[in-house]
Write a protein that binds this ligand. Structure first.
Ligand code: DP6
Length: 363
């Protein structure tokens, strides 16, 4: 597979204006992507649960311009013009222009909203870039005059484009388990786009729950781009990248057998390794807060006391994702409410679960 595949044939249709709308989910990585090469190529493969409730909905309006010299667009978040989002989208457009040659021919209005509260510390870049990539793909479909089902690689190309906006966004299109980055044992896995996890998954993982505890809703202390760059010349980089391959290999039998105990070991170790990488890079960061540690310790104690399969994972921040099987949801959610919510900023948390991907919406 090469990038050439994503350069379209010439467009057969002419369009003067129109609009399209997509809703894309967020995702939570189990094996983490941390470290990348040029052109958004991941340093190691990753796998994520697609979420269901945490979503970005984007309407893209387009209107043909008189000249096609530059990109032209306006961005709105929850109805409010957001010029500070423009540089990131401009960079995205530059990266994807050769794969979507119509980009300079239209003026776009990008109207976006998130289901989760703004500045909740939940990154919207994955769901946001996924929704925007899907909208642009829908425009391209109209220009090519093909329906979505006729286009065998609609999601593949949308994921390829989303990756160029934000790496983890390429895992935010389909559900329910997505692999990104080539892995020896996973057929079809690619560094260029996310693919559905192709093997058997035990019922223990169906409807897996994710309660997100919002420990710190502030701006990220370290942007993910800066964070990924810290893996260049990192003393432990090579071992870390190998470990991600190994953990993904181990997960194959864990998913097949429904081995919750090993799932917990791998997922928690991945979360702590991600933070260990940040603590041991130069410059170094601690992104966990005292309440992050409080929550982790209480999860461990509760697990020991009850034998229930509660576990946690972390992103590049202080918030905690609590993962647990649907069959144990009642007592675990009760524990979260009575013992853990107190450690969240303003008591805020979000209930989510594994989901099935992006949806095209009527305008
Ligand atoms: C810690 O996808 O946000 O969430 O490619 O620079 O946009 P960019 O990075 P981004 O990195 C996400 C890193 C992570 C782990 C993960 O989602 O795999």
């Amino acid at each position: 597979m090469t990038v050439q595949e994503f350069i379209p044939e010439s467009y057969t249709n002419t369009l003067t204006n129109g609009s399209v709308k997509w809703s894309s989910p967020s995702n939570i990585a189990l094996v983490k992507y941390w470290g990348k090469k040029e052109h958004q190529i991941p340093a190691n493969p990753s796998i994520s649960f697609t979420l269901d409730n945490c979503r970005t909905t984007t309407t893209l309006k387009f209107e043909k311009k008189a000249s096609s010299s530059d990109f032209s667009f306006d961005v709105f978040l929850e109805g409010e013009q957001k010029d500070d989002f423009k540089p990131k989208i401009e960079t995205f457009f530059k990266r994807i222009e050769q794969y979507l040659p119509f980009l300079k021919e239209y003026h776009f209005v990008i109207d976006t909203s998130n289901s989760f509260p703004h500045s909740s510390g939940i990154a919207s870049s994955a769901s946001g870039m996924s929704a925007l990539a899907l909208c642009l793909m829908s425009v391209e479909q109209q220009l090519l005059n093909v329906s979505m089902s006729e286009s065998f690689h609609f999601y593949k190309k949308a994921s390829f484009l989303a990756r160029l906006g934000s790496g983890s966004a390429c895992r935010s299109l389909e559900g329910d388990l997505i692999v990104w980055g080539s892995h020896q044992e996973i057929d079809g896995s690619s560094n260029l786009y996310g693919t559905k996890y192709p093997f058997e998954v035990h019922d223990n993982f169906k409807n897996y729950q994710d309660t997100i505890l919002l420990v710190d809703k502030g701006e990220k202390q370290v942007s993910s781009t800066v964070g990924h760059n810290l893996m260049h010349n990192h003393p432990y980089a090579e071992n870390r990248f190998n470990q991600a391959h190994d953990n993904l290999s181990k997960l194959i039998s864990v998913f097949k057998e429904g081995d919750l105990k090993s799932f917990i070991d791998i997922v928690e170790s991945e979360a702590l390794t991600l933070h260990a990488m940040m603590m041991t890079s130069m410059p170094y960061f601690i992104l966990m807060k005292p309440n992050t540690l409080e929550i982790i310790n209480r999860i461990w104690k509760f697990r020991q006391d009850t034998g229930l399969h509660i576990s946690f994972t972390l992103d590049a921040g202080a918030n905690v994702h609590i993962l647990y099987p649907e069959a144990e949801a009642e007592p675990i959610f009760e524990f979260i409410k009575t013992e853990l919510v107190a450690y969240c900023q303003n008591g805020h948390y979000i209930c989510d679960k594994i989901g099935f991907g992006a949806k095209q919406l009527p305008i």
